[in-house]
Design a protein around this ligand. Structure first.
Ligand SMILES: C[S@@+](CC[C@H](N)C(=O)[O-])C[C@H]1O[C@@H](n2cnc3c(N)ncnc32)[C@H](O)[C@@H]1O
Length: 362
């Protein structure tokens, strides 16, 4: 092979790589547009109008959702183009398959996704705060974000908790289900809207559940949801930090996707060590991650490192940033937090594509 052949071959390869990467970035922009369409479809009731309805014309869908037909037809075509809605070309009708309906229309499904688009919406809205934070090194606290942030995060994580918490994660902890059935006090630290707390409370009526969070509107929302769930005095939501909630000698202390957000996770783990009953367990749920950056490539790493930049690291820095773990901490760094706080037992009890579930004991 002479030099000119080599050079043209490498140019072709370079052009292929350029085109492939450019297309990849265009795909990501298209996904961003799709997010806006999903939000519209959800808020306007368009997906619900189509769920389990069979093939419908644009006019019928518009009528069912009380929307203007021309907008609905264009929206439907955008949904067909990205594979979110089926299209029957002969009849010119549109249809949601059962799988599409479960993800886009059924709010009780563990796969329901539209609310999760609130997170990138708030990330865009909060970009000026992130620019300032990058330039100054200052933090951005959880309550400084647009309200769509906490709602979107709660909705995103709720899916996983509904699918796995009671059915798989708690049974994966040695002896914990039996303790919950007999009746123990449970702390849900950084409970947010309290979806995890309420799922556990409904499943274990003999136990008492205490949700703690520093975010006032999340605690108010959690109290509202508790009232709706009719769980009574067994479930309390209080404003408290991960380092100062009341000592009730808990049989179970839970951190659901929160430890890495804290400005001082070791201090929080020490507080858990003091407030845990003898024989008690810490349930640590964290975003799925491996220990090394090079092993966190792909969709899950893309989601979590990005959210971590805008939300998790920014909040931990706002709390003093003693140890800023980020949302891709990985098992080794998490174990080290608990070792420093005096815990000797640390076991990965379960995992999903999005979460790692650890059992931690003194
Ligand atoms: C990613 S959200 C997770 C919320 C909830 N556990 C869930 O899974 O939906 C992190 C939560 O930690 C709370 N938080 C942050 N710093 C805290 C602290 N120092 N003490 C208690 N809660 C804190 C935030 O207000 C927020 O509700």
């Amino acid at each position: 092979m002479d030099a000119s052949t080599t050079s043209s071959a490498s140019t072709a390869t370079g052009e292929d790589a350029l085109m492939a990467f450019a297309m990849r970035t265009i795909n990501d922009i298209a996904a961003g547009y799709t997010g806006v369409m999903v939000s519209l479809g959800s808020k306007l009731g368009l997906y619900k109008a189509m769920a389990a309805a069979g093939p419908l014309s644009a006019r019928e869908i518009a009528q069912r959702a009380s929307c203007a037909e021309r907008y609905v037809r264009e929206w439907l075509n955008s949904q067909v183009a990205c594979g979110y809605v089926g299209y029957h070309a002969v009849s010119g009708t549109y249809e949601l398959s059962p799988a599409q309906a479960q993800v886009l229309a059924d709010e009780d499904s563990p796969f329901y996704i539209p609310n999760a688009w609130n997170v990138p919406a708030s990330m865009w809205f909060d970009e000026p705060k992130a620019l300032h934070a990058f330039r100054t090194g200052e933090g951005v606290a959880w309550d400084e974000h647009d309200a769509r942030m906490s709602c979107g995060v709660a909705a995103f994580y709720r899916n996983g908790y509904r699918a796995s918490l009671v059915q798989e994660w708690l049974p994966a902890l040695d002896g914990v289900v039996q303790q919950l059935q007999s009746g123990i006090d449970v702390a849900d630290v950084g409970c947010g809207h309290g979806h995890s707390t309420l799922l556990m409370a409904k499943a274990f009526p003999a136990s008492r559940f205490h949700g703690f969070d520093t975010h006032t509107s999340s605690i108010l929302e959690a109290r509202k949801l508790a009232q709706q769930a009719g769980v009574g005095e067994r479930v309390r939501f209080e404003l408290a930090r991960a380092t100062d909630y009341p000592d009730r000698q808990y049989g179970l202390i839970c951190y659901f996707d929160v430890l890495h957000d804290l400005g001082d996770p070791v201090a929080a783990a020490r507080h858990a060590a003091h407030t845990l009953a003898p024989g008690g367990t810490v349930l640590l749920v964290e975003p799925f991650a491996n220990d090394r950056v090079e092993d966190n490539q792909g969709t899950v790493g893309q989601l979590y490192y990005s959210a971590s930049t805008m939300i998790c690291c920014a909040h931990a820095i706002s709390e003093g940033g003693h140890l800023v773990l980020g949302a891709q901490a990985g098992p080794a760094r998490l174990q080290e937090v608990f070792r420093k706080a005096g815990f000797t037992h640390f076991r990965c009890a379960a995992q999903t594509p999005f979460n790692l579930i650890f059992e931690v004991r003194r």
